[in-house]
Write a protein that binds this ligand. Structure first.
Ligand code: GLU
Ligand code: ZN
Length: 492
C-alpha cells in the first residue's frame, strides 16, 4: 500500500486509566508498524496539567506490556527522537510558536479570560464557531506595548486563513473539507508557556518523523487545524487515518470510560486492567480488539498474533462505528483458554489463585486442568470452580437431602461412600465403577447418590465432574468431608 518507512505513534494523554478505546488505537498502530517492519512509538501527551493523573502512566505501561504491545521508542526504552514526554519538550514548542509569530502566521493575544467568556456567551452560533473574534490579530505596535506594560501574559494564537476551505485527506474517508471561516484562531501556546494539544501534536509528529497517524474518529474535526499548521511550517503531512468509534454492546451509545449497566445488572468492564483482573488472556484481548473495526475478510475470527500482523491491512479498516460485544470476547477468551497447553494453563490458573490468597501447588493445578478446561470462560472462573477444594466449605444440612432423598437414605449414601472410598484405589475408573455399583445396591437414582456426595464434597449442587474432583483432592480430605457431612446430617 505504501512505500515510505513506517513510523507510527500512540500518543495518549495521561488523564485516567487505559481503556479499551485507547487499546484499539494502540493495537492498530502496533499491528501496522509490525506489518511493515516499522517503528511503534509511544509518546506521552502530558501537557494538560489540570487533567494529569499520576496513576495513568504506570497503568498504561503495565497494560501495554501485559498485552505484548512493545514500543520501539518511548518511556523506559528511549530513542533517537526523544524526549517522549511532551512535558520535557516545552522549549521546542515555544520555539516553533515563536517562529510562526516571527513569520506573521501567529500572533499574541492579550484577551482576558473574562473577555473570551463574554464572547462565548454573546455569540451562540455566531460568526466564529468557538467565539474568538480575532481581536488581537491586528493590534498596533502601540496597543501591544500597552498590554505588555500592564504585564498581561499573552497566549499565542494561530492566524487561520479567513476564507476558503481546508481539505484534509483521510485514508479511509477520502477528502474531508472544512470551511476556514468556521475555524477559530486556535491557541498554540498558553500563557503559562505550555503548548496546546494542536501545536504539540503537529511539532512532535513532524520531529519524530511519523509517517502515518492512526487515531480515533473524535480527532477528525481537529484535522483541518493540523493541516493548516503543517502548511504554515511547510512540513509534509503524514497519512491520516481516523479509526471508527467503538459503540457499547447495545450499538446505540459510544463506549465510554464511564461504567454502564449490562442487561444482567452487572457493570461492563471498560478499563484494560479490569479485563486483566477479570481473567482475560492477553492473547484473546488482542485478537478480539483487533476485530473491533477491522477484519481481513469478514469471516476469519481466530487469529494469533503472528496472523494478525501478517494480515493487518489499513484498507480493510471499517469506516462505520463498531459495537463491542462482550459475548464475543467471552467466547473468544474461552477458546484461547482451551487452546493453551496444560502446563501453561495450570501456571496461569495457579497465579490467579495465589493472587486471590489461596495456597495451591503446581502439580495439583495441573491435575485440575482436564476437569476445568472446558468450563472456563475467564481464568477467574477457576475460583468458582475449585475454590471448594482449597478452603473449608459451608452448606446447609438440608442440601444433603436434595433430589427427594430422605435423611435416612442420605445417611446410607454417606456410609456407603466412606466405605468405598476407604478401600478403593484413588483412580478415576476404579472409583467410578465402585460408586456406580453402590447406586445399584442402594436402589436409588444415580442423581440422588452423586447429588448427596457432591454436596458433602463441594458444598454445591454443580461442580466439575465429581469423581475427577475426588481423585484430585485425595483420599484423606475427601473422607474428612464425608464424616463432616455425617455429623451435619446427625444434627439435622
Ligand atoms: N493525546 C491525544 C489523546 O489522548 C492524541 C490524539 C492523537 O492521536 O492525535 O488521544
Ligand atoms: Zn485577543
Amino acid at each position: 500500500m505504501q512505500t515510505t518507512h513506517v513510523r507510527v505513534r500512540f500518543a495518549p494523554s495521561p488523564t485516567g486509566y487505559f481503556h479499551v478505546g485507547g487499546l484499539r488505537t494502540a493495537l492498530f498502530n502496533w499491528l501496522f508498524a509490525r506489518r511493515h517492519h516499522g517503528q511503534f512509538i509511544l509518546r506521552i501527551e502530558d501537557t494538560d496539567r489540570t487533567r494529569y493523573n499520576p496513576a495513568a502512566i504506570p497503568d498504561l505501561l503495565s497494560s501495554l506490556s501485559w498485552l505484548g504491545l512493545n514500543w520501539d521508542e518511548g518511556p523506559d526504552v528511549g530513542g533517537a527522537y526523544g524526549p517522549y514526554y511532551q512535558s520535557d519538550r516545552l522549549e521546542l514548542y515555544r520555539q516553533y510558536a515563536e517562529q510562526l509569530v516571527a513569520e506573521g502566521k501567529a500572533y499574541r493575544c492579550y484577551c482576558s479570560p473574562e473577555r473570551l467568556e463574554g464572547l462565548r456567551k454573546g455569540q451562540p452560533g455566531g460568526e466564529h464557531s468557538t467565539g474568538y473574534d480575532r481581536h488581537c490579530r491586528h493590534l498596533t505596535a502601540a496597543q501591544k506595548a500597552e498590554y505588555q506594560a500592564q504585564g498581561v501574559q499573552p497566549v499565542i494564537r494561530f492566524a487561520m486563513p479567513l476564507e476558503g476551505v481546508t481539505v484534509a485527506e483521510d485514508l479511509l474517508r477520502g477528502q474531508v473539507t472544512f470551511e476556514n471561516a468556521q475555524q477559530d484562531d486556535l491557541v498554540l501556546l498558553k500563557s503559562d508557556g505550555f503548548p496546546t494539544y494542536h501545536l504539540a501534536v503537529v511539532v512532535d509528529d513532524h520531529l519524530m518523523q511519523i509517517s502515518h497517524i492512526l487515531r480515533g474518529e473524535e480527532w477528525l474535526s481537529s484535522t483541518p487545524k493540523h493541516v493548516q499548521l503543517y502548511r504554515a511550517f511547510d512540513w509534509p503531512m503524514p497519512v491520516m487515518v481516523h479509526l471508527p468509534t467503538i459503540l457499547d454492546p447495545s450499538g446505540h451509545g459510544k463506549m465510554s470510560k464511564r461504567k454502564k449497566q449490562a442487561p444482567d445488572g452487572s457493570e461492563y468492564l471498560t478499563l484494560v486492567h479490569e479485563f486483566r483482573e477479570a481473567g482475560y488472556l492477553p492473547e484473546a484481548m488482542v485478537n478480539f480488539i483487533a476485530l473491533v473495526g477491522w477484519s481481513p475478510d469478514d469471516k476469519t475470527e481466530f487469529m494469533e498474533r503472528a496472523d494478525l500482523v501478517r494480515l493487518f491491512d489499513l484498507s480493510k479498516v471499517s469506516k462505520a462505528a463498531a459495537a463491542f460485544s462482550y459475548d464475543k470476547l467471552n467466547h473468544m477468551n474461552a477458546a484461547y483458554i482451551r487452546s493453551l497447553g496444560a502446563n501453561d494453563l495450570a501456571g496461569r490458573l495457579q497465579r490467579v489463585l495465589l493472587a486471590a490468597g489461596y495456597q495451591v501447588d503446581f502439580m495439583t493445578m495441573l491435575a485440575w486442568v482436564p476437569l476445568v478446561r472446558e468450563r472456563l470462560e475467564t481464568l477467574e472462573d477457576i475460583e468458582e470452580l475449585i475454590g471448594f477444594s482449597l478452603q473449608p466449605i459451608e452448606y446447609a444440612a438440608e442440601q444433603l437431602i436434595a433430589e427427594k432423598l430422605d435423611r435416612e437414605t442420605a445417611g446410607r449414601v454417606l456410609a456407603s461412600a466412606i466405605e468405598v472410598l476407604q478401600r478403593t484405589e484413588f483412580e478415576e475408573a476404579a472409583l467410578e465403577a465402585a460408586l456406580r455399583s453402590e447406586v445399584e445396591r442402594l436402589a436409588i437414582k444415580a442423581r440422588q447418590y452423586f447429588g448427596c456426595l457432591r454436596t458433602a464434597i463441594t458444598g454445591k449442587s454443580v461442580s466439575p465432574p465429581l469423581v475427577g474432583c475426588l481423585v484430585v483432592m485425595g483420599r484423606a480430605p475427601v473422607l474428612e468431608r464425608l464424616q463432616q457431612a455425617q455429623d451435619k446430617l446427625a444434627a439435622l
